[in-house]
Structure formats: structure tokens, C-alpha cells
Design a protein around this ligand. Structure first.
Ligand SMILES: [Fe+2]
Length: 117
């Protein structure tokens, strides 16, 4: 699993503060990303089509979980959401993929750079 320290090893009789919850979500997201990596490695490592199909489906469910968790993180931490948006806009601009502007001929889009194999 993720190499982050586990902040929940001790019994805790109180609820998380918002700041602690945000940190917990980061750990959760890291766990989902690691799960995606591992399931994908297993898909690539076997020729068993049944296993490939099931593991790929689970991997993609983990991808959806990353989306759910990052959306929740953005809601809980608007400053971080602004920084995420800033980084996304920077890359879109770099690739000529910003909203309303068509990519220049021969310019890669964010989606085209993702390995979907
Ligand atoms: Fe998950």
C-alpha cells in the first residue's frame, strides 16, 4: 500500500477536523493510485483473458474513486482546488488545448498523451 504514515493506527475518540480530513483524503487518493498501478500491472502480467477483464474493470473502478475523492478534496479545500485548476490551465495552454481554442495542427492534447493500452 501507500508509503504514507498511517494517521489512524491509534484508537481515536474524536472526529477529524477538516484539515485532518483533507490529509486523510490525500492518503486515500494515494491508495487508489497505487491500486490502479497494481491492478494494471496484473492485467499486463497475465494472458488469462478472464482475469484481465475482471482486473481491468476493478482498475477502472479505482480510477473513478480517484475522481470522487479529488472532487471531495476540491470541495473541502477551495485553495487547493484553485491550484489544481491553475496547473490544469497551465498544461492546457502549453498544449494549445485551452477551452475555446482548438489545438494547433499536430499539437498533442492532454487526452492524446494518456496511454490507454
Ligand atoms: Fe477504490
Amino acid at each position: 500500500m501507500a508509503a504514507f504514515a498511517n494517521p489512524f493506527q491509534e484508537k481515536n475518540d474524536r472526529k477529524l477536523s477538516t484539515a485532518e480530513l483533507i490529509q486523510a483524503l490525500r492518503v486515500d487518493i494515494a491508495g487508489e493510485l497505487e491500486a490502479i498501478y497494481l491492478y494494471d500491472a496484473h492485467v499486463r502480467a497475465t494472458d488469462n483473458e478472464m482475469a484481465k477483464k475482471v482486473l481491468a474493470d476493478i482498475r477502472d473502478e479505482e480510477r473513478a474513486h480517484v475522481g470522487e475523492l479529488t472532487t471531495l478534496l476540491r470541495k473541502l479545500d477551495p485553495k487547493e482546488a484553485d491550484l489544481f485548476a491553475s496547473g490544469e490551465a497551465e498544461v492546457r495552454e502549453m498544449l494549445g488545448d485551452d477551452k475555446g481554442a482548438a489545438p494547433a495542427e499536430g499539437t498533442a492534447t492532454v487526452g492524446s498523451l494518456i496511454d490507454h493500452s
